[in-house]
Design a protein around this ligand. Structure first.
Ligand SMILES: NC(=O)c1ccc[n+]([C@@H]2O[C@H](COP(=O)([O-])OP(=O)(O)OC[C@H]3O[C@@H](n4cnc5c(N)ncnc54)[C@H](OP(=O)(O)O)[C@@H]3O)[C@@H](O)[C@H]2O)c1
Length: 239
């Protein structure tokens, strides 16, 4: 008989796994960190980022931080050593960083981090990509996402989980007018087709953790927006 979610969660905790998060200052990363600390799924949590983050809440007191220079990641290989599981929520936009800057972050930093993580012993790498990622796409954003997915796959982690969320529903701290407008337009669409074109960030991070504890006999799991909704909702109702 299949184990229930509570048992699976307890079994996973007993494994005393360690994890790292790339992009923990971002909207997905910070929600993921919050959920990981609430559920105490990992015995050690490390944030790898370009700046140290300040936390006031006691719950964050044991979180370790590694501040790295993403332009010289090879010099920071030790930051990537000894983590069982990695979550990559890094990303920027063309509007914010220009075309070259977007490729640098969403492709080069992600790929290099994944390579260092694998060399450091990471067994399960979780990559936040995007709905529509396609290395053949004529749209830069979708092409870069598709390319990096394919190249991270070539690293051959024991397990790679690729998440392809649609528009992230979030009240973003940073001002991004185009994204704000998309989210507003998305409100009626989300009511009509709740699992097709958008996903709330809390649902996404719950799906990431639910997927992690489920295990998989496949080396690569590809989770599209609908699957993200399903996994996230089940996790939510069982908590
Ligand atoms: N927005 C959407 O609707 C949507 C939909 C589908 C998929 N996605 C993808 O999901 C991922 C996460 O999105 P999000 O909205 O949660 O991200 P976000 O809030 O923009 O956060 C991005 C993270 O990446 C880091 N980062 C950005 N530029 C960097 C640089 N030059 N060097 C080092 N670190 C850098 C940020 O660190 P700092 O805080 O230091 O800047 C932050 O931790 C992205 O890959 C995005 O493309 C987004």
């Amino acid at each position: 008989m299949a184990k229930d979610l509570k048992t699976l969660r307890e079994d996973y905790k007993q494994m005393n796994k360690s994890c790292f998060i790339l992009g923990a200052s971002g909207e997905t990363g910070k929600e993921l960190l919050k959920e990981i600390l609430q559920t105490q799924l990992y015995s050690k949590v490390t944030l790898i980022g370009r700046r140290e983050l300040k936390f006031e809440d006691e719950a964050y007191k044991d979180v370790k931080q590694e501040v790295v220079d993403f332009e010289k990641l090879d010099e920071y290989s030790s930051a990537f050593q000894g983590h069982d599981v990695g979550f990559c929520c890094l990303g920027t936009t063309k509007a914010k960083s220009g075309e070259a800057g977007f490729i640098r972050v969403d492709h080069d930093y992600v790929l290099k981090s994944a390579q260092l993580a694998k060399a450091g012993g990471c067994q399960h790498f979780n990559l936040e990509s995007s709905k529509g990622a396609d290395k053949e796409s004529s749209f830069l954003y979708l092409r870069v996402k598709g390319e990096v997915e394919a190249e991270v796959e070539e690293i051959e982690f024991d397990r790679l989980s690729i998440f392809r969320p649609a528009v992230l529903l979030v009240d973003r701290e940073e001002s991004r007018p185009l994204e704000w407008l998309t989210r507003k337009l998305m409100v009626p669409v989300s009511h009509l087709f709740p699992t097709s074109y958008s996903v709330p960030i809390p649902t996404l991070v719950k799906a990431m953790l639910h997927n992690a504890i489920l295990g998989s006999d496949k080396k690569v799991d590809l989770l599209e927006n609908k699957a993200i909704h399903t996994l996230g909702k089940v996790w939510e109702t069982s908590s």
